[in-house]
Design a protein. Structure first.
Length: 194
């Protein structure tokens, strides 16, 4: 019987450690020396991969957007049913955030930060572009209200984020019924009532 150990690359170790520390204590309070110590990766090696803490922040952002995109697009069978797809996408994002509290905290804190470059934001968007296309198509097909696409995506995202906050703060017990109520509220707010 062989024990196979999958080793994270040094770069992944740096990013995962930096994410954990930054989500917990913030960027200013996370020196490179602490990232080095906690990750077990030498300072020289960190600087071989990243020129600065800002570069690490941008790399974490892209890594998380990629993970988020994978979670969002995890739809077993593609359906032409807008409502079914909407519910799945919403639930996928909710589940992703609930299972990745550090990612949630990081993205909430730094998505508007000037530390995240426009180039990084554009690159990050590629990972969930199919979701944006889906919403755009819904507007064109008059399933969704003819709202501005950015307004639509931000509103939906905000609805998911609100429930994730409730989940982490334990304001109420979030069970399946609550999740479904939240998704339905979101759906009702964007559909075109003919």
């Amino acid at each position: 019987r062989m024990n196979i150990h999958f080793n994270m690359t040094k770069k992944e170790k740096i990013l995962k450690t930096a994410l954990k520390l930054i989500a917990k204590q913030g960027i200013q309070e996370t020196p490179m020396s602490q990232i080095s110590k906690e990750s077990g990766v030498a300072m020289g090696t960190i600087y071989h991969h990243f020129n600065s803490k800002t570069e690490i922040i941008n790399a974490i952002y892209i890594y998380l957007k990629q993970e988020m995109g994978n979670a969002l697009l995890n739809i077993p069978e593609q359906s032409n049913d807008y409502k079914k797809n909407f519910f799945r996408i919403w639930n996928n994002l909710y589940e992703f955030y609930c299972q990745n509290e550090e990612a949630f905290k990081f993205l909430q804190t730094y998505k508007q930060s000037p530390l995240i470059s426009d180039e990084t934001k554009e690159q990050g968007q590629k990972y969930y572009q199919p979701i944006i296309d889906f919403l755009q198509q819904g507007i064109q097909d008059k399933v969704f209200k003819p709202n501005h696409l950015v307004l639509l995506t931000e509103t939906l995202h905000g609805n998911v984020v609100a429930l994730v906050h409730i989940y982490f703060q334990k304001t109420i017990t979030v069970n399946k019924s609550i999740v479904e109520q939240a998704i339905k509220m979101s759906w009702d707010s964007v559909i075109n009532h003919k």
